[in-house]
Design a protein around this ligand. Structure first.
Ligand SMILES: Nc1ncnc2c1ncn2[C@@H]1O[C@H](COP(=O)(O)OP(=O)(O)OP(=O)(O)O)[C@@H](O)[C@H]1O
Length: 401
C-alpha cells in the first residue's frame, strides 16, 4: 500500500501542511528539529492511533491550538480510502472514513499499515519490559484490530481489580463482599488476559524466525536471536519456549489465569496489587545464549532493534500476501546511527517495499543503495514541507477527496 496524500492542520509544528506522496522511496530532508519526524509521526499515527514518541495525543496538537486534523489518502491495490482524524485534547477523537459519518476510532485501525524504525527503538532492547509488551501488542493490533478492544477491556478490569485489592489492603480486612467482587472481576480479567496471551503467543511463533532472519541479514550472522516469553501465568516448565507454549487454546489460558488468580489471592491482597497477567509478562530477547538487555554491545543492540522492526514487516507480509497489503516502511533518522555496512544492508532490504519514507538531516546520512535509484525528495523547513518536483510537473496535488 502507499499513501499518496497527507494533510495536517495544527499537528505538532504544522499549522497547515498538504503534501503529495508517491510509491517508492521518499526522502524528507531538513535540519535538526525542523519537523521531519512530525510528518512521519502523523502518518504512522494513522495506522494504530498511537505515537511512537508520546503516550497521549495532547502533545500532537500544535501548541496553543484546540485540535489537530490528520487526513490521509491510502491506496491499496486498486482501492483508495480517505481517512480523516480530528484529535481533541481531553475528548474523544473523531474519525471519518471516506467522508461518511464518524465511526469509532478503533474502526480505522489497520487501514493504513506502517512499520516505523526510529532511534527510540533502542528501548525495545535496552528498556524495561513494558516497551517490549507494547511492541508485541501494537504489532498484534495492527494485524488484528479487534484486539484493540480486548486490550482496552483488560486495562479497565485491571484498574478495577487493583482498586479493589488496594481498598481491601487499606481496610485491613478481606470481606465476603471483596471476595465475591474479586471473583467477578477475575472472570473478566482472565477472559481478556487469555485472549491477549493467545494473540501474543501466536504472534511470537511467527515473529521469532523472522527476527532471526532479519538479524542475519543486517549482521554477519555470527550470532543468532531467540525470543522467549516469560509469563506470570504460564507453566514454568516450558521455560518461555514459544514452541511449547503455542499449543494453548484461549480456553486453556483462561483456566490458567483463573488458577493463577486463586493461587495469588493472599499475596495480592497483602500487596494491594494485581501480581499476574499479561501486563506483568516479559518478552525476553536472547542473542546467542545471553539476554540482549545488559549483554549486547551498542552495535548489537541497534541491530536487534532494527531486526525486531524488519521482522515485524516480514510477519505482516506473510500474514497478508494480497496485492497492496504490504505496510509502508518509515525510517526516521536511523541511518545516521548505523555503520556503513549495516546502512547498506538495511537499505537493500527496505528498498523492496512499495513505499518507504526516510527522514535525514543531510543527504550524506543516506546509503547510496537507497538513493541511487529514482526517489522523491521533500525539503522540510520551519512549518513547511515541499516536495521537489521534476521540471514540468505541477507543484502540489489536490487535497484528498
Ligand atoms: N505540539 C507541538 N506544537 C508546536 N511545536 C511542537 C509540538 N511538538 C513538537 N514541537 C516542535 O517540533 C520540533 C521537533 O520536530 P521533529 O521532531 O519533527 O524534528 P526533526 O526534524 O525530526 O528533528 P531531528 O532531525 O533533530 O530529529 C521541536 O522544535 C518541537 O519543539
Amino acid at each position: 500500500m502507499f499513501v499518496d496524500h497527507l494533510s495536517l492542520l495544527d499537528f505538532r509544528t504544522y499549522a497547515e501542511l498538504d503534501i503529495r506522496l508517491s510509491p517508492g522511496v521518499t526522502v524528507l530532508l531538513g535540519p535538526n528539529g525542523v519537523g521531519k519526524t512530525n510528518v512521519v509521526e502523523a502518518l504512522d499515527w494513522t495506522s494504530d492511533l498511537s505515537s511512537h514518541r508520546v503516550s497521549s495525543d495532547g502533545p500532537l496538537i500544535r501548541f496553543g491550538a484546540e485540535r489537530a486534523i490528520v487526513r490521509v489518502r491510502v491506496r491499496r491495490g486498486g482501492q483508495q480510502t480517505v481517512l480523516e482524524f480530528e484529535l481533541n485534547e481531553g475528548r474523544a477523537n473523531r474519525v471519518r472514513i471516506n467522508r461518511a459519518a464518524p465511526v469509532r476510532a478503533r474502526d480505522a485501525i489497520g487501514i493504513v499499515r506502517t512499520v516505523l524504525f526510529s532511534p527510540e527503538d533502542l528501548a525495545l532492547v535496552k528498556g524495561d519490559p513494558s516497551h517490549r509488551r507494547r511492541f508485541l501488542d501494537h504489532l498484534a493490533v495492527s494485524m488484528r484490530p479487534v484486539l484493540a478492544g480486548t486490550l482496552a477491556d483488560y486495562e479497565k478490569v485491571l484498574k478495577q481489580r487493583n482498586a479493589l485489592l488496594k481498598s481491601a489492603r487499606r481496610s485491613g480486612r478481606f470481606t465476603d463482599v471483596h471476595r465475591s467482587t474479586l471473583a467477578a472481576w477475575n472472570d473478566q480479567f482472565a477472559r481478556a488476559g487469555a485472549t491477549i496471551l493467545h494473540a501474543r503467543l501466536q504472534l511470537l511463533e511467527a515473529l521469532g524466525p523472522e527476527v532471526a532472519r532479519a538479524y542475519g541479514q543486517l549482521t554477519d550472522g555470527s550470532k543468532a536471536t531467540r525470543l522467549r516469553y516469560v509469563s506470570s501465568v504460564l507453566p514454568e516448565s516450558a521455560g518461555g519456549d514459544v514452541a511449547q507454549l503455542r499449543g494453548f487454546t484461549v480456553e486453556d489460558l483462561h483456566g490458567l489465569v483463573l488458577e493463577a488468580c486463586a493461587e495469588a489471592e493472599r499475596r495480592e491482597v497483602e500487596r494491594g496489587l494485581t501480581l499476574l497477567g499479561p501486563h506483568r509478562d516479559e518478552l525476553e530477547l536472547l542473542l546467542g545464549e545471553a539476554p540482549a538487555r545488559g549483554y549486547a554491545s551498542h552495535g548489537e543492540t541497534w541491530s536487534y532493534a532494527l531486526a525486531l522492526r524488519l521482522g515485524s514487516w516480514y510477519v505482516h507480509l506473510a500474514d497478508d500476501p494480497s496485492e497492496g497489503a504490504a505496510p509502508i516502511l518509515v525510517l526516521d533518522d536511523v541511518f545516521a546511527e548505523l555503520d556503513a555496512r549495516r546502512r547498506s544492508r538495511l537499505a537493500a532490504v527496505v528498498a523492496t517495499a512499495e513505499q518507504v519514507l526516510v527522514t535525514a538531516a543531510v543527504e550524506e546520512d543516506l546509503p547510496a543503495e537507497l538513493v541511487a535509484g529514482p526517489h522523491d525528495v521533500v525539503r522540510v523547513g520551519p512549518g513547511r514541507a515541499v516536495r521537489e518536483e521534476p521540471a514540468g510537473t505541477g507543484a502540489e496535488g489536490a487535497p484528498p477527496s
